[in-house]
Design a protein around this ligand. Structure first.
Ligand code: URA
Length: 445
């Protein structure tokens, strides 16, 4: 058969005009990105055309598969039993993975998890775990499998060869305005999930001011697309569409979030964060065939109250070389040298918070990256003392800004205050979960 030749400019023009790319055109593009024969400006142009024109379902399926196959397809068969995975589309204060991974392992379901670093205003599990002195996020494949077989859980960073096309596309999207696109997010996440090899995938699709999807309809469509991709590739896939209008828990920042998840695993974390950990963990157990939702919820609550989930977290950190002193005794968590109390200028209710701006305030304090080579300050971040719905009086502490550098306080304080809206009236209660999506469709809650 004669090999077909493509020109990138024709592919860009086809998508610009609303056409559907063929499997061969998609493969040419993805392979060409990885082989570095397509220049960044043409990659960027196609991504922007996709942002505006979208993709059909078959096109999205081919695009995702081409990205997944651009690198190693991890074979987890060396780990016994059902392997589960979980992924969040990105939020502020989102520390669920660090709670869920040890909880499901303590209930007998294995999690061999490859996580990401922070992106934009959102945090990343790898950065959070690396705030634990000594914790190694780069295990060799054999050591990774051995640890999951022995203790049931390991959380490491994504290997350089896991969906390398996504790394290239993401870096370009990040700086060229095409991040919040449903097909581009769905293919980015699902290519990595398919390549990472788990049998069951639970997606936490965030929706609201701190998420890439700002409204419920878009977040639900994204969830449906990702569930379809997973199911069509033989993985049991479910998604929760969850609220991201308010930061999750009361602590944002790497070491602060480890501290807060340890509180959850000890049974005295913030109520909404604990409830989220319990519901997502119990759902993963159901997907892995451990029982009904009521039975699995009881198992999860039991492993928190008897200390086995916390012990699993400690075992994982120890196995990956981390110092567990502070995990065993919260008073040993190091604190940033500067802790600035931000006080309320007036009386009233906090009627809303711009969670993205709060994530950015935390980045300004040193908890995230300003540029690709910024070094993270593990102790930087924000402790939220008042959240949406709380009544405050003038002079009450709204938040504590943690940082290592005095000059970072003012810009972060300004950003934080701009993120809050005050009102005389109590706002309506916040709904935490909007919908659950599985292969049978969307169930609104
Ligand atoms: N997380 C990802 O991995 N990719 C996206 O595009 C957005 C969030």
């Amino acid at each position: 058969m004669v090999k077909k030749h493509f020109r990138m400019v024709d592919i860009i023009a086809k998508k610009r005009d609303g056409g559907e790319l063929s499997t061969e055109e998609i493969k040419y593009f993805i392979d060409g990105c990885v082989a570095k024969i397509i220049p960044d400006y043409q990659i960027s142009a196609l991504l922007m055309a996709i942002y505006f024109r979208g993709m059909t379902d078959p096109e999205l399926a081919e695009f995702t598969l081409a990205m997944a196959h651009s690198g190693e397809m991890v074979d987890l068969s060396g780990i016994e039993g059902i392997k589960v995975d979980k992924h969040s589309t990105g939020g502020v204060g989102d520390k669920f993975t660090m709670g869920i991974a040890p909880i499901v392992a303590a209930c007998g379901v294995k999690m061999a998890k490859m996580s990401g670093r922070g992106l934009g205003h959102t945090g990343g599990t790898v950065d959070k775990l690396e705030s634990i002195p000594g914790y190694c996020t780069t295990l060799e494949r054999d050591a990774f499998f051995k640890q999951v077989n022995e203790i049931g859980v390991s959380v490491i960073g994504q290997s350089g060869n896991l969906a390398p096309a996504d790394k290239i596309l993401y870096a370009i999207r990040d700086v060229s305005g095409s991040v919040p696109s449903i097909p581009l997010i769905a293919s980015s996440i699902m290519s990595k999930k398919l390549a990472a090899g788990a049998d069951c995938i639970l997606l936490d699709v965030k929706c609201g001011s701190g998420a890439f999807m700002k409204n419920e309809a878009d977040a639900t469509t994204l969830a449906e697309k990702m569930v379809n991709i997973g199911e069509h590739n033989g993985r049991r896939t479910m998604a929760f569409v969850t609220n991201m209008d308010v930061p999750i828990g009361n602590k944002i920042g790497n070491s602060l979030e480890v501290q807060e998840i340890v509180e959850v695993l000890k049974g005295h974390g913030p109520a909404a964060l604990t409830r989220g950990c319990v519901e997502l963990s119990a759902t993963l157990l159901v997907m892995a065939g451990k029982g009904t939702i009521d039975e699995c919820t009881a198992m999860v609550n039991q492993c928190i109250s008897d200390g086995s989930a916390l012990q699993k977290f400690i075992d994982m950190v120890k196995a990956q070389g981390g110092d567990t002193t502070a995990l065993e005794d919260n008073s040993k968590f190091p604190v940033a040298p500067i802790c600035y109390e931000l006080k309320s200028p007036a009386d009233g209710y906090i009627s809303s918070m711009d969670a993205e701006a709060i994530g950015n305030a935390s980045t300004l304090l040193g908890a995230g990256r300003e540029t690709m080579d910024s070094v993270i300050d593990p102790l930087a971040g924000i402790v939220l003392c008042k959240k949406t719905g709380d009544m405050v009086e003038k002079g009450d502490v709204l938040a504590k800004l943690h940082t290592s550098s005095e000059e970072l306080v003012e810009p972060a304080a300004e950003r934080y205050m701009d993120a809050l809206t005050f009102s005389q009236y109590k706002p309506p209660a916040i709904k935490l979960v909007y919908a659950v999506v599985d292969k049978n469709g969307v169930r609104k809650l």
